[in-house]
Design a protein around this ligand. Structure first.
Ligand code: GDP
Ligand code: MG
Length: 597
């Protein structure tokens, strides 16, 4: 296709504002998929993505559209990952297209992810077409929301298209706007191949599939390509486009988006943002801005049943095949036995992987406290990265400990502002900004990532009854007074419960943890002290009293079925417990003990 008849775009939106539904309507309206084959949320393929309404891998679809001017266009939609954990991937896929549809729910207005995503689009120099969705709903207020887009984002929304992705109203106008308002890509056919590696994933039949955007030159089956960052060379086996299923084509030219396969063994060999050129007579300079994404949140994953360690290893290796940003290495814990220390791009990424291990691979897991990466400056001048509080060096050898900080943006209705400010303040936040966007406040805070990784988002949702939206970006490292706090159960340290904490917050956290654990650990035939300690010094203590009689004695009278049920429940519960010394600790204790409420 000649460049003038190509349009490449992405859709940016806050979660639930209708991005997937709109994509479905565009696919349907352009008859890319026959009506009888149309199923909902065509681009969100993985179950977990569908359930949580997030996209993790960039999906793409090529639409063919005959515009009102009688010309035939190729429209490439890249559905970018929709979450802050994947910000780098989002920024790369944004660079692969020239424009964005900014979808805002006209019953809700601009939210935190609307802002985060649209700023990415603006950074990538996109032409932006505002689309006001859900106009079929009575609460729709297009005028107000258009005004808000102008006030808060600062782009012209006078020509915003009013649509209902549900009923199909306005979809034709969206397609026309793509053709008339978005620029055609530029590029040179006769130049050496220069393509961006937008994303990659593992396909059980084809091996690694690579999503590419051609900048210059062309890419054909049989070409020998070179990845400029990794230096690896591969012969191309297949070239194709997504309609939305894979369809082979002879070649991809400038401005086009498609896929290749090239007997690449693992996704680790394909770095998002890398530049692909030909082995010989390649382009000179790679595309700017490449940096590999690195894990920022670490936690230990251990099987509840130590016999499942091999199953866990297999499952983790399978998942890692498809996810280059997820790292894992074997870990042994005195208390938990064999497991893995895993690194993630963020909390959601962690949850997604943990859910998949439990659901798809049916492995019961103990997840240890998530920890961020600390930079430890030693007195001897060396720098160490701490991924696991258990590896904390002797404090007398430490000069300073630096922790990662974030800039968090929260949009919240005025009524809940006080609670949000208190929450941020409690988490060692520093307020940077407070402005109003319509009837809602927009607060910007500098926060330690450590205070956010655990349950910040849950707390935010609960104090604002779900009305707040939240987004963050990492800003850098800063030194603070940080210490390692240990938990001792029956005088024995449980390393999986060790956390890094600010010294001023240690007593509060420690007390909360031992109180929680007292409720979570079942009573035994002996007394169990539960303590929090820093170094050798105990800062909080609870005692779980000994069990005097058989539990079933609690049952009134002789209700036999009730008694049986209780015993069964105990048995099932037993499966999910691990022994520490002489004490059984249930699986949920590891996570629940850390929640602050
Ligand atoms: P995404 O998270 O941005 O991909 O949002 P979805 O496309 O999954 O939509 C979120 C919810 O809003 C779903 O329940 C959709 O059915 C619904 N929805 C999307 N567009 C419309 C619309 O135009 N009108 C109405 N009434 N509901 C819509
Ligand atoms: Mg979606």
């Amino acid at each position: 296709t000649d460049l003038a008849h190509i349009r490449n775009f992405s859709i940016v939106a806050h979660i639930d504002h209708g991005k997937s539904t709109l994509a479905d309507r565009l696919i349907q309206e352009t008859k890319t998929v026959a009506d009888r084959d149309m199923k909902e949320q065509l681009l969100d393929s993985m179950d977990i993505e569908r359930e949580r309404g997030i996209t993790i891998k960039a999906q793409t679809v090529r639409l063919e559209y005959e515009a009102d001017n009688g010309e035939q266009y190729v429209l490439n939609l890249i559905d970018t990952p929709g979450h802050v954990d994947f910000a780098y991937e989002v920024s790369r896929s944004m660079r692969a297209v020239e424009g964005s549809l900014l979808v805002v729910d006209s019953t809700q207005g601009v939210e935190a992810q609307t802002l985060a995503n649209v700023y990415q689009a603006i950074d990538a120099d996109h032409e932006i077409v505002p689309v006001l969705n859900k106009i079929d709903l009575p609460a729709s207020d297009c005028e107000r929301v258009a005004e808000q887009i102008e006030d808060v984002i600062g782009i012209d929304a006078s020509g915003a298209i009013q649509v209902s992705a549900k009923t199909g109203v306005g979809i034709h106008e969206v397609l026309e706007a793509i053709v008339t308002h978005l620029p055609a890509p530029t590029g040179t056919l006769d130049a050496p191949l220069k393509a961006m590696l937008v994303d990659s994933w593992y396909d059980p039949y084809l091996g690694v599939v690579v999503l590419v955007r051609i900048m210059d030159g062309k890419l054909r089956k049989g070409d020998r390509i070179r990845m400029m960052q990794t230096g690896a060379i591969y012969p191309v086996d297949r070239v194709g486009v997504f309609r939305p299923g894979m369809m082979p084509v002879d070649e991809l030219g400038p401005g086009e988006i498609g896929f290749i396969t090239a007997s690449i063994k693992q996704v680790r060999d394909t770095k998002v943002g890398d530049t692909i050129t030909t082995e010989k007579k390649g382009c000179e300079a790679p595309l700017p801005g490449f940096h590999p994404s690195v894990p920022v949140v670490f936690c230990g994953l251990f099987p509840v049943d130590s016999n499942e360690f091999e199953d866990l290893r297999d499952a983790i290796e399978k998942l890692a095949l498809n996810d280059a940003s997820f790292s894992h290495e074997m870990e042994t814990s005195a208390a938990l036995g064999f497991g893995f220390r895993c690194g993630f791009l963020g909390l959601l990424h962690l949850e997604v992987i943990r859910d998949r291990l439990e659901r798809e691979y049916d492995i019961d897991l103990i997840t240890t406290a998530p920890s961020v990466v600390y930079q430890i400056h030693m007195k001897d001048g060396t720098l160490r990265e701490l991924h696991n509080p258990a590896d904390m060096p002797d404090p007398s050898h430490i000069e300073t400990i630096e922790e990662p900080r974030i800039k968090a943006t929260i949009l919240v209705p005025d009524d809940y502002l006080g609670d949000v400010l208190k929450l941020c303040q409690d988490r060692r936040g520093i307020q940077l900004d407070l402005t109003y966007a319509g009837s809602r406040a927009m607060v910007v805070y500098d926060l330690p990532l450590n205070e956010v990784v655990f349950d910040f988002y849950d707390r935010l949702k609960s104090v604002t009854k779900g009305y707040a939206s939240f987004d963050y970006q990492l800003t850098g490292y800063r030194a603070d007074n940080l210490v390692k706090m240990q938990i001792l159960v029956n005088e024995e340290p449980v390393d999986a419960l060790s956390i890094m904490v600010h010294r001023d917050r240690a007593e509060t956290r420690g007390r909360a943890m031992v109180e929680k654990l007292k409720d979570l650990i079942p009573r035994h035939m002996f007394k169990i002290p539960i303590q929090a300690a820093i170094g050798g010094k105990v800062i909080a203590r609870e005692t779980l009293s000994a069990l005097r009689k058989d539990v079933t004695a609690k049952c009134y009278g002789g209700d036999a079925t009730r008694k049986k049920k209780l015993l069964e429940k105990q048995k099932a519960g037993k499966k999910k417990m691990r022994q520490f010394g002489k004490v059984d600790i249930p699986q949920e204790a590891f996570i629940s003990a850390l929640k602050m409420d």
